[in-house]
Design a protein around this ligand. Structure first.
Ligand code: AMP
Ligand code: MG
Length: 283
């Protein structure tokens, strides 16, 4: 059984060329089923909660999680899982939509920078600045050479955040074309999911190959030491959740964070407490 951590296993090593065909979206490691993996999923989720508490308490760095995927790729579900274990205080989600006129009147990183996590905070991006080298490229709104300039801007921008103690983890939730169809079908069959349906999702499917190619370029060009990309097998939702939370846990563990020292004299406060408790008993 390979013992390498998921941080290594699913990471795109900086400088390597990604071929998504070589990544199996249905991969589930040694696990046979969700049920069998449940204790492990629970363990990482709990550890995630402790580590986020520590990140917040320590107040020395921040965490940025970027989620990208094709439609029905599972971004919302991943956020529910990962965030479900975090303290809402100290954590925020930001969803990036089609730029507003105000946003479009600025450079493409302007709105992103404002959403970057504060010190001690964790931020999750549901879509991100990568849309500006993905959807825009697929639809011919930016050329290949403009994309190249944007990759450089993105790498420099992420470097800026990393230099200010932001830990950046970027996840591409990789699903197969068949799984996407199944999920669309499920949405059609379930009135509680109708709100999620958009004609655009079905239309975008026609550009499947163009998206795979755009993703391959973005992942290849922008996986860096300070802001690595991970390709997460996402056909199985439970494995996707396990892999993402495990990578976040492994990364935070490696930071060796510690609670800050008390701002007060604990012994003096203990004495003071005894005094107060004594008075309470006398009265
Ligand atoms: P959803 O995430 O399903 O709510 O959809 C948001 C939509 O906004 C998607 O179709 C994205 O492709 C689109 N979007 C997000 N960011 C950008 C961007 N920078 N340029 C163009 N479209 C974008
Ligand atoms: Mg959508």
């Amino acid at each position: 059984m390979p013992t390498t951590d998921y941080r290594t296993r699913f990471r795109i090593a900086p400088g390597t060329r990604v071929r998504l065909r070589d990544h199996d979206p249905g991969y589930k490691d040694r696990h046979r089923s969700k049920k069998e993996a449940a204790p492990e999923i629970e363990r990482y989720a709990r550890r995630l909660r402790e580590l986020q508490y520590l990140l917040y308490a320590e107040g020395r760095r921040s965490l940025l999680i970027v989620l990208q995927a094709l439609d029905a790729g599972g971004k919302d579900g991943t956020i529910r899982h990962v965030l479900g274990y975090m303290n809402p205080q100290g954590c925020r989600v930001h969803a990036f939509k089609v730029p507003t006129p105000e946003e479009a009147a600025h450079d493409f990183l302007w709105r992103v920078h404002q959403a970057a996590p504060r010190i001690g905070e964790a931020a999750i991006f549901n879509r991100s600045h990568y849309e500006d080298v993905l959807v825009t490229r697929v639809h011919g709104l930016v050329s290949k050479s403009e994309c190249k300039a944007r990759y450089a801007h993105i790498n420099a921008f992420e470097r800026l955040l990393a230099d200010r103690a932001t830990v950046i983890l970027k996840f591409f939730l990789h699903i197969s074309a068949e799984e996407q169809l199944r999920r669309f079908r499920k949405r059609l069959d379930d009135p509680k999911r109708w709100w999620k349906l958009s004609e655009a999702d079905f239309e975008e499917r026609r550009y499947w190959d163009a998206y795979q190619e755009a993703y391959e370029d973005a992942l290849s060009r922008c996986s860096t030491e300070h802001a690595p990309w991970f390709v997460i097998p996402a056909d199985h939702k439970w494995f996707r959740n396990l892999a993402v939370s495990r990578i976040v846990v492994e990364t935070l563990e490696a930071l060796d964070m510690s609670f800050p020292p008390p701002k007060v004299d604990i012994e003096a406060l203990r004495a003071r407490w005894r005094e107060l408790a004594g008075k309470e008993r006398e009265s």
